[in-house]
Design a protein around this ligand. Sequence first.
Ligand code: ME8
Length: 504
Amino acid sequence: MTTRYITTPIYYLNGEPHLGHVYTTVAADVLARYWRLAGARVKFLTGTDEHGQKVAQAAEAAGETPQAYADKMVTLFQEMTCKINASYDVFLRTTEERHHLAAKALWKKLEEAGQIYQSTYAGWYAVRDEAYYEESEIVEGRAPTGAPVEWMEEASYFFRLSAWEKPLLDYYEAHPQALAPIGRRNEVLSFIKGGLRDLSISRTKFDWGVAVPGDASHVMYVWIDALTNYITALGYPNVGGEEFQAFWPESLHLLGKDILRFHAVYWPAFLMAAGLPPPKRIFSHGWWTHEGEKMSKSLGNVVDPFKLIDTYGLDPLRYFLMREVPFGQDGNFSEDVLIQRINSDLANDLGNLAQRVLSFTYKNGGAKIPEPGELLREDRELLAKAAHLQETLHNDMETQALQAYCRHIWGVVGDANRYVDAQKPWSLKKSSDPKDLARMGTVLYVLMDVIRHVAIYTQPLMPDASAKILDQLGQDARTFEALKTPLKVGTPLNEPSPVFPRIA
Ligand code: ME8
């Protein structure tokens, strides 16, 4: 059986969830839902990154212990995950015991392999990014991300990252699909070619983290702990276990470009050093900006996704996020553009198609799927376009081309709307010629089969809205496999009602 392992980053708990987090989680959910409908065994992992200085400082500012603060903040992320209808299989918190065990096991593996040594770190650190910076990267006391940096000097364990330059380059050369999109792949390759320095992987100045095995005066650098989450969820260190064996070879990490280096350089190096294969694929998407600046908790310019959901509905927002910007590129969020998109693609194109065809048939066609007569060329053409979606959409999902997935479906919606206008089933209804009435049945049958295809394929994007359309069409079989069976004549329709209201 095909398997898929789809992950989001685990989010820091230093602020409330915002549209950026919603974006990655919705994208992962769309992929997870698609592959389940395609018959794959899917594991969808999300969760929270609860250790490190950034969370510890936020807790202190709130006057709480880090654990109490994390326990409070995590509920906001869990609520977000549910509110956006993310069909996750595992929500992992890095404060869980199984995660501490996994992170320690990975550390020990690296130690046994001679990949860790003790020394002193002296350099710049940005708590906001939980990242180290080179002297040459600091401009006017700030990291290239704009984050303030502080000088850090302390005893630290180091990981021999410098030894992994060539293995990483060889790996990426042999696996061109391992990093996407292509521009990001090039960035990572040139970063590695620029030379890798050993990485400081422990801290002594605070204790909110996973204790270093055998040396309680150190906690692990939050990123080594955080990245391990992807294998904790598969039962690491039990690499021979069924879960690990079934899912790790099919791993897909989705993340924003802000954390590409951690995922595409450090993580594969840790894994290779521990004798494990790197993730199968890393897809790094772009940023949503708001008024031109990256939306982020630290900058305080975030868009509140809950307000948007309350105003516009969840499924329209999910669709907008996937449709508006090619997955991989940046996009600027604007409520006006969101409204335009909802009105044009959802209310006008898909909503009208479903509503006019279904309510006409409900009232004038006996409220059931009509019997088609002989198919004409234009009928066959439209049906062929709908049938062809299967292959096109499969390729889109294999490459995480989420915007293309939407565009391809809406291409068929547009064809179907033009077909309705050309075939005019309502005029046929007025004719007294029985041939015209038979033709009306054929036209409506063709349209309903196309709507069935569309609504089955929009399920990953808009689970509830698609389900409503399929309910109205009287369809219980909703997997992609169901499309192999012809639409059944005589199936009763349920009373139609508009699925996508227009936003005034
Ligand atoms: O980085 N546009 O957590 P984080 C698009 N804990 N996506 C955005 C975004 C924006 N403006 N802002 C955030 C961390 N994101 C670490 C991850 S993983 C082992 C550890 C999304 O809370 C995007 O996926 O800062 C980005 O990579 C992630 O949230 C960063 O979340």
